[in-house]
Design a protein around this ligand. Structure first.
Ligand code: ADP
Ligand code: MG
Length: 701
């Protein structure tokens, strides 16, 4: 296995250059796509299909649909609106017409598209000023006496690269498929494991997805639910699962410090708290402590809905490390959240004489140098942002890494922090605790976090009253402001969140300034504050302190307050332009209220008209405050890529599988995965190499 390719033998391992017609230029293009061996071409799967098996009459076109049409050119107009464009109107015998629009065209093309020419076009139907249009359709001029022949099967569309057209790529893949060996040689999952699942055979599956036979179920193929696609999705999910498990096993083979201590600090912290832990917190704390007492690194994800009390569980874990004489690093995704942890930890730990260091990006030269020196000298707990990972930050005895709100960090960042703690002298690595408030549906967690153990804090502290949520049109903004006035008169505090989704922090800050001015003018009797990402850390801190202390009644904020901010007295949350936000974000924001005993309200201001998705999202928010239900719904509406954030793009990008569509395969994936790792490790290696390639090699290293 010198170059990491599997020892499958046979044609699969031949270089692509051994295929007829593949010269150095084509080989280089294929290499760009990661296609070096014949088997890579077998597993280079279509992204989707185009249906050219029929001609759609111009009277039957629907917006958003990909359609193949035939029409005669009735008018041509060359124009300049912002840039040169060519507009061609075609008509058919239904009496309807369609506009074709081109922004890039050469003279020959323009001449070809003359009045009277008959065209076969394929493209996406869109709304135009008058009727429908296709922008840059694929087209072909039909000769005078020629009868149009439609395709007899779906046309695959492959991921490709500049300079390599679909036709040419499909041609090479067809040549590779001619070398596909018979089933026994191709199949890596032992029949005993695979057969009970009733999936198609691998050979048949590959041939079907690359060249769907004319009688294949088109509807299933277009949805990705065809048995052939399901067979491949299963194998892909399986190999992803195997590689995460391998990565986990590789980490867990390393040494980690087994924390042994008398628990004195933990006991003192618990005794000083104004509340008792919930049963769920106690259970999760026990799971964490059991991990920490072992000489191998903990890899544990703690999930808990907003407000379920994850921070104290993290603090208890930190003390277990400190008691045993090890250092702790706590990393948060935003400075605001990191500062809040800093305040909480300092407040809790002050009487225990445990120092808490601060390391953040914006910290100035001298302060930073001094903090880094103290960290190097063994400061017990250090809190910060990703600055914690920067070069030059050296821990002496890092025993535990805590990462809050993990979905905002990529897997790579997490690994980098992990590497910080590698103790070269003893070969030990730190334990890792990941906290997330994004409840991940179980099926998804099994797959996406197969490298982590999962603990769930499935209970909120007692005495919380559910947040009443309403959706209100912007037209009734004045009423909403009046409601804030009344609430503040009663001594309540409110958030007003501006959600302008602009690329720049500056524009976001401007939007918040505008809302701030409006509210300050409308509410002369209330003190209104403003917080956004452009403020200096000191200014942010001052505003948060004033809000916490009740000196500010209404806090106008950008979504910087999305995660973690904890002011129990705030009981009214207004979210502007809530129709623009996803469910996870809305849920996070709403979680800022309902933290005290006072009944809380959330007002989702929206700008009508609402699209279908936005309407559904707001309905879900009104109906439930259960984070897991919201996450399930979110998954349904947006797909797992969005739900998992960076993780999807970092590690889990699939060629054919779709975690939402194929979630029903996951239990079998787990089952078969376990058996493969235990009884057929060599086949597991080959599967990973086939599907995951580089990542699998990395995991074995
Ligand atoms: P999250 O899980 O969203 O990070 P926090 O850790 O910020 O939640 O906790 C939310 C609030 O609940 C904090 O004010 C915290 O002090 C409080 N809290 C945590 N655990 C309990 C408990 N068992 N009983 C009462 N209040 C608690
Ligand atoms: Mg939190």
């Amino acid at each position: 296995m010198s170059d990491g390719a599997p020892a499958l033998g046979g044609a699969g391992l031949q270089a692509v250059s051994t295929l007829p017609g593949v010269g150095p230029a084509l080989q280089a293009l294929l290499h760009k796509l990661g296609l070096d061996h014949v088997q890579d071409l077998w597993f280079h799967l279509p992204l989707r299909y185009e249906d050219r098996t029929r001609i759609t009459a111009l009277s039957d076109l629907r917006v958003g649909q990909d359609a193949q049409v035939v029409g005669v050119v009735e008018a041509v107009e060359k124009g300049f609106r912002y840039r040169p464009q060519l507009r061609v109107a075609i008509g058919d015998d239904t009496g309807h017409s369609l506009q074709l629009r081109f922004f890039h065209f050469n003279r020959a093309q323009a001449e070809q598209l003359a009045v009277g020419a008959r065209l076969l076009c394929f493209g996406e139907v869109r709304h135009a000023a008058l009727g429908f249009e296709m922008v840059h359709p694929q087209y072909r001029r039909i000769g005078a006496g020629e009868t149009v022949v439609v395709e007899d099967r779906l046309s695959p569309v492959y991921p490709t690269t500049e300079g390599l057209g679909q036709k040419r790529l499909a041609g090479v893949i067809a040549k590779a498929l001619a070398l596909l060996p018979d089933e026994t040689e191709l199949e890596l999952i032992p029949a005993a494991l695979c057969e009970p699942l009733g999936l198609a055979s691998l050979r048949e599956a590959l041939l079907t997805v690359h060249r769907p036979p004319p009688d294949a179920r088109l509807d299933l193929l277009l949805q990705g639910r065809h048995p052939a696609q399901q067979r491949l999705a299963f194998e892909e999910l399986l190999s992803q699962h195997l590689s995460l498990k391998r990565m986990r096993a590789a980490v867990q083979r390393r040494q980690a410090p087994a924390f042994a201590s008398d628990g004195a600090l933990r006991a003192r912290l618990l005794a000083g708290l104004p509340f008792a832990l919930t049963a769920a917190q106690r259970r999760v704390d026990a799971e964490v402590c059991a991990d920490l007492a072992r000489p191998h690194p903990m890899l544990r994800l703690v999930q808990g809905d907003v407000g379920s009390g994850k921070t104290i569980v993290a603090a208890l874990a930190a003390l277990a490390a400190v008691e045993a004489g090890w250092q702790v690093a706590l990393m948060a995704p935003t400075e605001l959240l990191a500062e809040q942890h800093l305040r909480n930890f300092r407040h809790w730990l002050a009487s225990l004489d445990v120092a808490v260091e601060w390391l953040a990006g914006k910290q100035q030269g001298k302060a930073r140098q001094a903090a880094m020196r103290r960290v190097a000298d063994g400061a017990p707990i250090t809190i910060g942002t990703h600055a914690l990972m920067q070069e030059g930050v050296a821990f002496t005895r890092l025993g535990l890494v805590i990462v809050d709100e993990q979905h905002r960090f990529g897997v790579q960042q997490r690994l980098a922090l992990h590497d910080k703690g590698v103790d070269r002298a003893h070969g030990s690595v730190p334990h890792q605790l990941v906290l997330t408030a994004t409840p991940i549906p179980r099926t998804l967690a099994m797959s996406a976090y197969a490298d982590l153990d999962v603990s769930v804090i499935d209970e909120l502290p007692p005495g919380r009253t559910p947040v009443q949520t309403v959706a209100v049109s912007n037209a009734r903004r004045v009423e909403v402001i009046e409601r804030i006035r009344v609430a503040c008169g009663e001594g309540r505090q409110a958030y007003w969140v501006c959600t302008l989704i602009e690329e720049s922090e500056q524009l976001r800050a401007q939007a918040a300034e505008v809302a701030y001015a409006e509210l300050a003018a409308a509410l002369p009797d209330c003190r209104v504050g403003l917080i956004h990402g452009r403020l200096k850390p000191k200014e942010k801190q001052a505003v948060m302190d004033a809000f916490q202390a009740g000196e500010i009644a209404v806090l106008v904020a950008t979504t910087v307050i999305e995660v973690g901010v904890d002011v129990p007295n705030a009981s009214l949350m207004v979210i502007e332009n809530s129709e623009r936000l996803g469910l996870a974000q809305l849920h996070q924001l709403r979680g800022r209220v309902g933290r005290g005993a006072i009944a809380s309200n959330c007002v989702l201001l929206y700008q009508p008209p609402l699209g279908r998705l936005a309407r559904e999202r707001l309905a879900v928010m009104r109906e439930t405050s259960d984070g897991f239900r919201i996450a399930e719904k979110d998954l349904e509406l947006r797909g797992p890529g969005e739900v998992l954030g960076t993780r999807q793009t970092g590690q889990l990008s699939f060629r054919i599988a779709d975690l939402t569509r194929d979630a029903h395969l996951l239990p079998a994936v787990q089952r078969v995965g376990e058996r493969l790792l235990a009884d057929y490790p060599h086949q597991a290696d080959l599967l990973m190499a086939r599907w995951v390639g580089g990542a699998a090699r990395f995991a074995r290293a």
